[in-house]
Design a protein around this ligand. Structure first.
Ligand SMILES: [Zn+2]
Length: 138
């Protein structure tokens, strides 16, 4: 859900749950300063001054997404899918599905899927799913 972030950004995650997003270049600089001990009191990020003691970490968007999901009780199975708390992983039943979804995602990320195509693909995937798993029911 980071469509609005075009430039690569990273998040300075503060202890009380505040997220401060900075450009990747700035993040690299802050990380270097922190690790070298140059920034040992406060750092400047945009128009903010941050007490370095309050920084939990500096994350990229994917890390943060993972962090949030885990915080909400979700867990990631060996197929790389997220499940809700208490939910059993049945991904082994949907192996083909996952492969297709992964392919679809890769195509989307590569940018060679139009919106129309995407909807079509999803429809196809749905039909495929029905074919594969619908027959078990009477
Ligand atoms: Zn699973």
């Amino acid at each position: 859900m980071n469509n609005e972030i075009t430039k690569k950004q990273e998040c300075i995650f503060i202890r009380n749950g505040i997220e401060i997003w900075v450009d990747e270049d700035k993040a690299v600089q802050i990380k270097t300063d922190l690790l070298q001990g140059i920034a040992n009191n406060f750092i400047k990020a945009g128009n903010r001054i941050i007490n370095v003691k309050e920084i939990v970490g500096i994350f990229n968007p994917d890390d943060l997404e993972d962090l949030k999901r885990r915080k909400n009780g979700q867990w990631k199975c060996s197929y790389g899918r997220w499940h809700n708390r208490g939910e059993n992983c049945e991904c082994h039943k949907n192996k083909v599905d996952i492969a297709n979804e992964k392919r679809l995602r890769e195509m989307e990320e590569a940018g060679d899927v139009s919106e129309e195509q995407r909807i079509n693909n999803l429809k196809k995937l749905g039909e495929f799913k029905k074919d594969l798993f619908g027959k078990k029911k009477k």
